[in-house]
Structure formats: C-alpha cells, structure tokens
Design a protein around this ligand. Structure first.
Ligand code: TZP
Ligand code: MG
Length: 214
C-alpha cells in the first residue's frame, strides 16, 4: 500500500498512553481500522531495554497480522534490529540523512515538523511523510510547541509538494474531518484511541471520518 493511503488513521502509542493492556488496545485499534501504527515508548514510566524490545516485537507481530505498517518512534537501532516497516524522527532526533543511511531502502521514514520551515526541510531531504503539528492543543505531549491550527496545516500541505502529510496533535473525532479538508492525507492520534472507552469504536469512527474518495 502507498504511504499516503497508510496514513489515513495513524495510531501512535506507548505503554504509558493507554488505560488497558497495550497489546489489547492495539489489537482493538487494528480491528477498528487503523491503517498505520507507531510504537512511541517514551516519557514517565516508559519501558526500556529488554522490556521495550519485547513489547516492540509483540506489537510488530500483531500489526503484521493485520497488514498494518509498524513504525518505531526515535529508536533507529530498535527499528532496524526488529525489522520494523519504518521509523519516525523528530527535529531533535537523528538527522534524516543519517537515518536513511542506516535503514533498509524499503523503510518508511517519517519526520515531525512544527512549522513550515521544518516541513520544507523535511520535504527537501526526502522524508517519506511529514507529521505536521500540533494542529490543536494537546496534553499528551508535555513539550509540544504552539498549535499551528488548520491554517498552518494548509500552509505545510501547500509547501511540501507530493510528500504525504499527516496531521497530529489534539485530533479527535470532532475535528478529524477538518484536518482532511485542510489537505492532510490522514490523522495521527494518541489519546483519541488510547484513552477511548472503546479503542475499536474510536478507530472505526476515525476511519469513517477520514475516508476520501480515492
Ligand atoms: N507530536 C505532536 S503533538 C503529539 C505528538 C507526539 C501528541 C499527540 O497526542 P494526542 O493525544 O493525539 O493529542
Ligand atoms: Mg522523537
């Protein structure tokens, strides 16, 4: 599947983001129709070392079973080691050129951009997709930059040519469709699914709200 299509409902999660058991939450999200998954194990209480490695492998197997790409946040070594489908890096992580050198050609490599300058840099450096945001206020990421709003998202879309863009930050079922209208290829969410009463239903609804006539 093309990266653009896989971005439709991009669920991002670490063990400290969910109410229930991580494997169960991700399986429900997969059943509901997420189209990409990112393992983002960071922040207080996050697993490290062997525990992180072992959870990553289990989640990767689960995603493989549902045919959904499994992306690792930040940790290029882990992504390569376990044969993930890709890796996602932020502005303060390893530079894209070096990440590309260390990863298989088939890897999907995503880059975060918090403004249009960063987005254009990521586009020029050959990112496979750009995570643009935060679009709306979020309490999930403590050090998140100021929200760029739908206007900021539109601008990033306009300046980054054919590079697929996913909207991130404060995206829920009430504003997911607006992000698509602003030109995003899909939405990236943590709490909208991980904290939902039913992660499966939340994923299902997000899938409906972001479906485009392709
Ligand atoms: N990057 C920008 S905002 C954000 C990340 C990882 C957090 C998104 O979490 P939520 O709960 O979907 O607002
Ligand atoms: Mg990062």
């Amino acid at each position: 599947m093309l990266v653009r299509e896989s971005l439709q409902v991009y669920f991002i999660m670490g063990s400290n983001n969910c109410r229930g058991e991580p494997l169960q939450v991700v399986e429900q999200a997969l059943k509901g129709g997420i189209t990409m998954f990112q393992f983002r194990e960071k922040g207080s209480g996050a697993k490290t070392g062997k525990e992180k490695h072992s959870l990553a492998i289990k989640l990767k197997q689960l995603c493989n079973h549902y045919g959904v790409p499994f992306i690792v946040n930040d940790d290029v070594d882990l992504a390569v080691d376990i044969g993930a489908d890709g890796v996602h890096v932020g502005q303060d992580d390893e530079p894209l050129a070096s990440v590309k050198q260390r990863c298989p050609k088939s890897f999907i490599i995503g880059v975060s951009a918090t403004n249009s300058t960063e987005a254009v840099q990521a586009f020029q450096a050959g990112a496979d997709y750009i995570g643009a945001g935060p679009v709306f206020p979020t309490s999930t990421k403590q050090d998140a930059k100021l929200p760029i709003g739908l206007a900021g998202l539109e601008e990033i879309n306009r300046l980054t040519g054919e590079t697929p863009v996913t909207a991130i930050g404060g995206i829920h079922t009430d504003n997911a469709a607006d992000a698509i209208k602003a030109g995003a290829d899909g939405v990236s969410v943590i709490s909208a699914i991980s904290q939902a009463e039913s992660p499966q239903q939340a994923a299902q609804l997000l899938n409906k709200l972001t479906a485009k006539k392709r």
